[in-house]
Design a protein around this ligand. Sequence first.
Ligand SMILES: Nc1ncnc2c1ncn2[C@@H]1O[C@H](COP(=O)(O)OP(=O)(O)OP(=O)(O)O)[C@@H](O)[C@H]1O
Length: 361
Amino acid sequence: MLFKKKTIEQQVLQCFEKIIESELLKKFTKQRLLTIKEESAEISICLPFYAPNWLAELQAQSTEQLTSIFKQAPTWNVTYKVPTFEHKKGTKTNPNIKNIIAVSSGKGGVGKSTVSVNLAIALAKNGAKVGVLDADIYGPSLPTMLGHKNTKSTSADGKLLQPIAAHGIVGNSIGFLIDDKDAMVWRGPMASKALQQVLNETDWPELDYLIVDMPPGTGDIQLTMSQNVAVTSAVIVTTPQDVALIDAQKGVIMFNKVDVHVTGLIENMSVYSCVKCGHQEAIFGTGGGRKLAEQFNLPFLGELPLHIQYRQNTDEGCPTVAKNELPALVEPYLALAEQVAINLYKNLEPTIEQIKITELK
Ligand SMILES: Nc1ncnc2c1ncn2[C@@H]1O[C@H](COP(=O)(O)OP(=O)(O)OP(=O)(O)O)[C@@H](O)[C@H]1O
């Protein structure tokens, strides 16, 4: 029997099959994001997410085999285009915002706001264009976390609010408009309306992701908000404690009920790291977030340690990822940002327009 010799392209794809998850590779080929040029030993890839470690790992693991296939070291030509993903609800959004990611928690105080702002900065550090919307109407913390506690929103045209730029991201919050005390007395519908106003009446620049720091809990306000805002997907923050896990479970159920996609779970305050001796202790237990993710068949996106610097840095207006001092605290966020971006792409389809544009190129 005669066997046809594999083409260079087939050999390269076979090499990638061993390294890239099959779901991803299938999507890359289907959406024509990968081009292999035999003569110039060139691999062009238009990545739909920013993930520097993932890319470095792919290159490191494939270089030897690719060099042998091409008979010379390959040249990588990497470009990026984050797609707008289809979301279940047809609500219209600002065309500048490609994707809205809601950061939610069933329970208060699990670190949702800290995670939102550090995750946003980490996504931006990895290369994406990112904004944050503080939807925690009753306790806006974004102004403090961005180091703009006393800044008030301005408007150039008297119609749209200018978002506040800091640490490589832009953000807006009800806290830039009014005093905390004023929002405390608002009823649910007013709070929901205020959020939609801040979302829709901000002059957002072009954003790959808008991170929305949702109010804690799974009550009426959260339900209304997740129904009225065109959320692409939600990520749920929990701590390993049983009570937080039960509430996180309610969060997943709430998003399922309102038909909002859930990207996965994040476990915050996983292990305590002693500043003095580096000793690590699982104060709130271990493995709860991972177990919950398994239970709902959701990706577990990452765990973040409990460390005093996270609190101190956000209180001082320079979140830990922006401060970039302790790699042990920054790296988990950069890895988390990669996981969020990759899992969004893996589990959601780009909008039709997006596919057409890619094909026409
Ligand atoms: N991993 C962590 N290590 C240490 N402190 C943390 C960590 N994550 C959050 N914190 C601190 O815990 C407190 C609560 O965090 P944060 O305000 O982000 O929680 P939240 O879930 O948004 O709260 P709320 O329900 O009030 O909106 C803050 O003081 C914050 O600095």
